[in-house]
Ligand binder design. Structure first.
Ligand code: DOR
Length: 445
C-alpha cells in the first residue's frame, strides 16, 4: 500500500516547500512539486491531504541520549513504554544509555535490546555500551575483544553517561578501544577535581561547584580525546564556558564528518537538551532544586541559555537530545536527577527556538534529525529524498497545547513542562513506512 502526503509543507535541513511525498515499501518513493500530478490515477493509496493546512512533514527525530531503564527499573520505564513515548514524540531512532541494572557493558545485552526493539517495530534502538565494565570506572577491557563490524550493527555510541570516568588511564584505554571500533564516545562532563572539591568544602551552592565540574571535565575530556584521536560527542552542554571550549576545539576538527562512521582523527560534536534551552535555575528552585527540579547538569542562567542559542545559530551545537530520564515520584522526592523529555522535546524546542524567532524550522530539523544521523553514521535517514527510509513525522506547528500529567506514554511523570503552554504538536509518526503513532482520526495504526 502506498501512502501519499498530498500538498504538505515539506521541511528538512535543506528544504522548506510545499509538495507531495509518496511512501512505498518502507521508503520515500517520490517527492514532487507539480500541482498537476493526479496521485489517484497511479493506483490504490492511502492519501493524507494536507492542502489548506499548515501541517509539516519532516524526517522523524533522532535522539542521541535517552534513559530507557530497561533492564532493571520497570517502575520507572520499560523498553515498551519508552518506545511508545518516543514514537508519540515523533522519534524514529533513539540511543539509550547504559546505566541500567545490569549495566549495558556487553554486546549480548545490547543486541538483545536492539532485537526486542526491532520486534516491537516502533523505533530503531541503538543501545550504548558503557566505557567501563559495570560503569565502575575501573576497567575498560570489555571493549577490547569486540569486532568493529559486529559492534556497529547494534552500537553507534559508547558512553558512561550519568558519570565521569575519573581515572585517566582507564579513560585512555576506553578511548583507544573506541578508536579501533570507529564508534564515537558520548561524554557526560561532571568532574571538577580538587577545584570543585574545594568549592564544595567552602559550602558553595551547587550552581557554583557543578559549573566548575562541567567546565573542568569538558576541558579534560577534550584534551584526552584529542590525544586519542577519537570522535568525542559532548553530552548535554549547559554552560557558556563549556560551549566555548567545544567551539574552540571544533576549529581543529580533523575527521571528515561526511565519512561517518568515524574513520579516525579527532572530531568534536555536541548536544544540548530542550530543558537547558527553555528553563533556568529559577525554575529549578520553584520545582524544588534538590528534588523535583534536580537534573544533571543543573538548569543554568539566562546568560547560559543565550550562549546555547548562539551556539545553535553559529553551528557549534550539532544536536538537540532529550536526556529522557524517567523517575518515580518517590525517587524524585529523594533527589533523583533528571526529567522525562521524549514527548515534549519537539514542542519545547519549537516553542523556544522557532516560535521564539531564534532559528528556522529547517535548522531545528537539522538539529533533531540530519546531524544526529551523521553522528551515528546512519546514512539512510534524517532527510527527505527518494529512497531515504520512510521515518517521518507530521507536525501541526500552529497547535497550542498544555502538557497535562495524564498525557504521557512514559511510565514516569517527572516533566518540568507539565502545565506549560507549548506550540507545535506531533500528529503522526511513520517508522519504516508504517504508521506507528497517530492523532489523526480514522487512520490505520
Ligand atoms: O539528570 C540526569 N539523569 N542526568 C544524567 O546524566 C543521568 C540521568 C539519569 O540517568 O537519571
Amino acid at each position: 500500500m502506498r501512502l501519499v502526503f498530498k500538498r504538505v509543507r515539506l521541511v528538512d535541513h535543506s528544504m522548506d516547500r510545499r509538495g507531495t511525498l509518496v511512501v512505498e515499501g518502507g521508503q520515500i518513493r517520490e517527492i514532487y512539486f507539480d500541482e498537476q500530478v493526479d496521485e489517484n490515477s497511479r493506483g490504490p493509496a492511502l492519501c493524507i491531504d494536507c492542502s489548506g493546512t499548515n501541517w509539516v512533514l519532516m524526517p522523524a527525530f533522532m535522539d542521541l541520549h535517552a534513559h530507557f531503564r530497561d533492564p532493571g527499573f520497570p517502575e520507572k520505564e520499560t523498553l515498551e513504554s519508552a518506545s511508545l513515548a518516543a514514537a508519540a514524540g515523533g522519534f524514529g531512532t533513539v540511543v539509550c544509555m547504559a546505566n541500567t541494572r545490569p549495566v549495558i557493558d556487553n554486546l549480548d545485552l545490547a543486541q538483545h535490546l536492539h532485537r526486542r526493539s526491532a520486534r516491537l517495530g516502533l523505533i530503531d534502538l541503538y543501545p550504548v555500551l558503557s566505557l567501563t565494565r559495570g560503569m565502575e570506572g575501573k576497567d575498560a577491557s570489555h571493549l577490547e575483544a569486540l569486532n568493529p563490524e559486529t559492534v556497529q550493527d547494534t552500537v553507534r555510541l559508547l558512553s558512561e553517561d550519568g558519570k565521569d570516568v575519573a581515572d585517566e588511564n582507564t579513560l585512555r584505554r576506553a578511548f583507544r578501544a573506541a578508536r579501533r571500533l570507529h564508534v564515537p564516545v558520548s561524554y557526560h562532563c561532571d568532574w571538577g577535581g580538587s577545584e570543585a572539591e574545594a568549592a564544595k568544602a567552602a559550602g558553595e551552592a551547587r550552581s557554583v561547584w557543578s559549573r566548575i565540574e562541567e567546565n573542568r571535565a569538558t576541558e579534560r575530556v577534550l584534551a584526552l580525546a584529542r590525544g586519542a584521536g577519537i570522535h568525542i560527542h559532548i553530552a548535554h552542554v549547559s554552560t557558556k564556558e563549556a560551549l566555548d571550549l567545544v567551539r574552540e576545539a571544533k576549529s581543529t576538527n580533523e575527521a571528515d564528518q561526511h565519512r561517518a562512521p568515524h574513520t579516525g582523527g579527532f572530531h568534536v560534536t555536541c548536544e544540548v537538551t530542550p530543558h537547558h534551552l527553555a528553563l533556568t535555575e529559577e525554575t529549578a528552585e520553584h520545582l524544588g532544586a534538590e528534588s523535583c527540579g534536580r537534573v544533571n547538569p543543573p538548569l543554568r542562567t539566562a546568560k547560559d541559555i543565550s550562549a546555547l542559542i548562539e551556539g545553535i545559530q553559529d553551528g557549534t551545537v550539532d544536536a538537540i537530545a532529550t536526556d529522557h530520564a524517567p523517575h518515580t515520584e518517590s525517587d524524585k522526592a529523594k533527589g533523583a536527577p533528571g526529567f522525562i523529555g521524549l514527548e515534549t522535546a519537539f514542542a519545547v524546542s519549537y516553542t523556544t527556538l522557532v516560535a521564539g524567532n531564534h532559528c528556522s524550522l529547517q535548522k531545528l530539523s537539522a538539529l533533531m534529525s540530519y546531524k544526529p544521523s551523521h553522528i551515528l553514521g546512519l546514512k539512510d535517514r534524517g532527510f527527505l529524498a527518494p529512497w531515504a527510509r520512510a521515518d517521518l513525522v507530521l507536525i501541526d506547528p500552529d497547535a497550542a497545547w498544555t502538557a497535562g500529567k495524564e498525557d504521557f506514554h512514559s511510565r514516569s511523570r517527572n516533566s518540568p513542562f507539565i502545565g506549560q503552554n507549548l506550540k507545535g504538536k506531533v500528529l503522526l509518526t511513520l517508522h519504516g513506512g508504517n504508521i506507528v503513532w497517530s492523532r489523526l482520526p480514522a487512520l490505520p495504526v
